[in-house]
Design a protein around this ligand. Structure first.
Ligand SMILES: C[S@@+](CC[C@H](N)C(=O)[O-])C[C@H]1O[C@@H](n2cnc3c(N)ncnc32)[C@H](O)[C@@H]1O
Length: 192
């Protein structure tokens, strides 16, 4: 992926959403080097810590209010690149799992304008489902170019795929910032 698309460069600022246990953090830290910075977030704590001087890890839920501000504060502004490998814990109940995956994608879509600088790039795990396809389409519209990619580490036969989108148009360009209407809200769940 990195050899082929040269997504990460020396000195860049990077967010890694859903970063536990830290494989992507380690890779990104090596690519951006000591002059760059990587900030990851996950619900789960990375323990023991990675101990990398250019990496900061936050514990928290992407859907929590104030997450974008916490992330920006830790990075010192918006990122050049947002990586997201975030995926909910699957229960095996198809509808519930699909809804959780779609909610998560909507949350990430809503965070983008607050996290990614105009012109920045995104690598996003795209999960299954009709709403996920809709989010995929919306995200493609606010980047200069976008394509689906498979990562080398993906198991053979897996449906896992990633959206590589480059050249973000910036805040106000059409992502559902702030007032994202999650599937839960659409379904009328009180927990949304
Ligand atoms: C496949 S793992 C990430 C692996 C990581 N890229 C690596 O290389 O080590 C997906 C992660 O997404 C996290 N995640 C899912 N939903 C989340 C949320 N709402 N907020 C924060 N993290 C979340 C999970 O806790 C899980 O650790």
């Amino acid at each position: 992926m990195q050899e082929r698309h040269r997504l990460l460069r020396r000195g860049q600022k990077v967010f890694d959403l859903g970063c536990w246990p830290g494989g992507w953090l380690q890779h990104a830290a090596a690519q951006v080097g000591p002059g760059g910075r990587v900030v990851g977030i996950d619900r789960a704590a990375i323990d023991p810590p990675l101990g990398l001087s250019n990496v900061t890890v936050l514990e928290g839920d992407l859907a929590e209010a104030g997450t974008a501000e916490r992330l920006r504060e830790a990075l010192g502004g918006r990122a050049d690149v947002v990586l997201s490998d975030a995926a909910p814990k699957l229960t095996g109940l198809r509808d519930r799992d699909r809804a959780a995956e779609e909610d998560l994608l909507c949350v990430i879509e809503a965070l983008l304008p607050a996290l990614l600088r105009p012109g920045g790039d995104l690598l996003l795990k795209i999960l299954d489902g009709p709403e996920a396809q809709e989010v995929d389409r919306r995200i493609r519209r606010v980047f200069r170019s976008a394509k689906a990619v498979k990562l080398k580490a993906t198991r053979k036969g897996s449906s896992e795929r990633y959206l590589l989108a480059r050249g973000f148009a910036g805040a106000g360009s059409g992502t559902r910032s702030g007032a994202v209407q999650s599937n839960r809200a659409k379904r009328g769940d009180s927990t949304a």
